[in-house]
Structure formats: C-alpha cells, structure tokens
Design a protein around this ligand. Structure first.
Ligand code: SF4
Length: 374
C-alpha cells in the first residue's frame, strides 16, 4: 500500500514537475527561485490567473515564449473531470456527489451540500472535500473505512476539488468541510499545505471561519493543528459514543487514542473566546442511544468548553451495523441532550439515495466489503 501522494505527472530537465495547486504564492515564488527560472517578478500575476481560471498559462502575464515554456516544464495544473451523480432534491436544492479520478486512477469523492441562499438570492454550497483516497481509520459505520487507505492526497489534489467544483460545476462554494473520504489529520502535511493555499488572499481566498476540519480523534495532530496558529479555523470531532467501550466498537481509532486523551486535546485546542467545537454524533439505535448516554455526552461536552453537538441519524450503507433511527428516536436523544443543557442541533440526512450522506462516501468506488465488525 502506497500512502504517498502522487507527486507529479512527469519530469522535466529541471526536475519533477510540481503541482501548482499545492503551492501558495510564497511557496510558488520559492520554487521559482529554487529552479532558477526567469521573470520571477511576474509570479503573482501568473499564480493568481491560474487559480482564477483553472489553467496555467504564463504567457498571459507577458512571459516570452521561451521563459513560459520553462515555467510549463516546471509546473503542472490539473483539474480532475468529475462524474456527477445527483440525489433527490431537498428543501434547499439537490445534494450532489461527484466521483473524481486522480491522475494515477485513484478515485475520491466530493459532495455538494446546499446552503440557504445568500442575500442576493444565489444558491450557495458547502463543499465536502476528501483528504485521502480511502481511509485507514476503519470506523464501523463508514463505507470509506472498509476499503482501507489507498493513498494520501497531495495538497494540490485537495485544492483541485474546490476549483473543479467552482469552475467545472459552477457551484458557488462558500464553505469547505474536510469531511469527505479520509482522516484529514492523518495526512497532516498535505492538509496544512492545502489550507495555506485555500487561505491565500491572492488565490482561493477562503476565510478561516469558512473552513472546518473534521477529525475522528487524533490527539497529537489536534495539537499540531493548533500549532498552525489559525485561530478562526473550524474544528469538529466525530464523537459517536460517550464511553471508551462503545467508542472502540464503533471507531477503531479509540483503541489507540481513548476518550480521556482526546477530550484533553480538544479542550486545549481553542485559541479564541468565541470558538465553538463541533461534536458530531452519528445516532445508531440500540448502540449509542442507551439510557444515560445523553447524560454522558453532556459530561464530555462540559469538559470541552463551548461545543455544539450535531446529532446525525445513522445511514445504513451496504454493510449496515444497525438501522436508521426513527424521527422519534432522534427527537428523544436531542431532547435528552437539551434537558442536560447541551447546545444541540439535529442534522438532516441528505443525499442518502446516492450514498453521499455522512459515513457513506466510498460506497460506490470501493464496492462495500465485509460487514462492519462491532
Ligand atoms: S468516518 Fe472518517 S475517519 Fe472514520 S473511516 Fe470513515 S472517512 Fe475514515
């Protein structure tokens, strides 16, 4: 199994080609310097144009053909051509899942989640981005986890999903959640490079509060993420069980990283007073909605500081570990959390018919597999 990202499409006289979409402007300038390329004063124009239009055409910024050709040899820009599947319409518009083939054939998926329209009436989208092809975390309720990890995505391959969504699909992407295939903190270097690009004001220009990283719970990497100093970046955790025994049954990661250490890392994460941690709780009847579970979740939430619990109804995939909860069961759990004084939100299940709902990415690409072991 190769966990390394696909670094380049081909080599040139000046070394392997570098994925332009994986470089923020400062990194692009450094790479031009390192390669000794001419016309470095035009770096910003070329880089910004590439991100605006999704093509790398240094000539447009005025480079003479010979120099432009040398730049082309050094860098590539590849937008994947996604195949789109459309789910049933929801209240806010269709949830859509796109299968995306990387240059080496690895397949990932990204999902458009409709948001309420903006003040101008235009549709708006939250894009669910993948950080890995497959995933090694093996959560029992998740389709992606069944196929194991194929490889990490490079930063450029993560950024390319956003550009493809905007430029090829015309989606008005307002928010990003790293909640597609993969555990983003398991690909920390790729993720942090992608964040630098996405936040660059001369390029994609996302603000930190419009990006959320979702983790299954890797304490050391949560500390590393904090170390990036991105104080307004969103963070959410997939909790899914309030005690180690049940959490280990649902999430293998809990064996190595039990709740105590995870909660300590999360409690130490906030870098601003207004930070609110997202706590995702995939509700599986009979497993994590036992009497007392809501009170135990409340106990954890109290240790986390400001937190908002998102209750997500379980979506049975190809190898279900249980059934979907009824509306009454979801309401009962939400009410029990509210009674404990926990800020809580019930998340609607969108995209179930195309396997685009939470925990279902990878179902079509990786073909199901063995039933989840609980
Ligand atoms: S839920 Fe997330 S971390 Fe767990 S196996 Fe699926 S993709 Fe990986």
């Amino acid at each position: 199994m190769n966990a390394d990202p696909s670094p380049s499409l081909c080599s040139s006289r000046s070394g392997p080609q570098t994925d332009l979409l994986g470089l923020d402007l400062a990194a692009f300038r450094a790479e031009l310097r390192a390669r000794g390329l001419k016309a470095q004063g035009l770096a910003a124009e070329v880089w910004t144009d590439a991100f605006r239009r999704g093509v790398f055409e240094p000539e447009r910024a005025g480079l003479v053909p010979k120099v432009a050709a040398a730049w082309r040899e050094a860098f590539f820009l590849r937008l994947p051509v996604p195949r789109k599947l459309i789910s049933e319409d929801g209240e806010l518009g269709p949830t859509e899942k796109a299968l995306v083939a990387m240059a080496d054939g690895a397949e990932i998926e990204m999902v458009r989640i409709p948001m309420p329209p903006g003040p101008d009436g235009r549709e708006r989208t939250t894009l669910c981005v993948s950080s890995q092809a497959g995933c090694r975390m093996g959560c029992a309720f998740c389709e992606t986890g069944r196929g194991g990890l194929v490889r990490n995505l490079g930063a450029g391959e993560m950024v390319a999903q956003v550009l493809a969504a905007r430029l090829l699909f015309g989606w008005n992407v307002r928010k990003l959640v790293f909640m597609g295939m993969g555990e983003p903190l398991d690909n920390f270097d790729g993720l942090s490079a992608a964040l630098r690009v996405l936040l660059d004001s001369r390029g994609p220009a996302f603000s930190q509060e419009r990006i959320t990283v979702c983790t299954s719970g890797l304490p050391a990497e949560i500390g590393r993420l904090r170390g990036l100093g991105l104080k307004r970046l969103g963070l959410s955790v997939s909790l899914n069980a309030p005690d180690d025994q049940m959490r280990t049954r649902l999430m293998r990661v809990n064996r190595e990283h039990p709740l105590d250490g995870l909660v300590a890392a999360l409690a130490a994460y906030p870098q601003r007073a207004s930070f609110v941690l997202g706590v995702n709780y995939c509700l599986i009847p009979g497993l994590n909605d036992r009497p007392g579970d809501a009170a135990r979740v409340a106990g954890i939430a109290a240790r986390l500081g400001r937190a908002l619990v998102n209750v997500i109804p379980y979506n049975p995939g190809r190898a279900p570990i249980g059934r979907a909860p009824s509306d009454a069961e979801v309401e009962a759990f939400v009410s029990a959390l509210e009674a404990e004084g926990v800020p809580v939100r019930r998340r609607a299940t969108k995209g179930r018919s195309i396997m685009a709902a939470c925990g279902q990415l990878g179902g079509s690409a990786y073909g199901g597999g063995a039933p989840g072991a609980l």
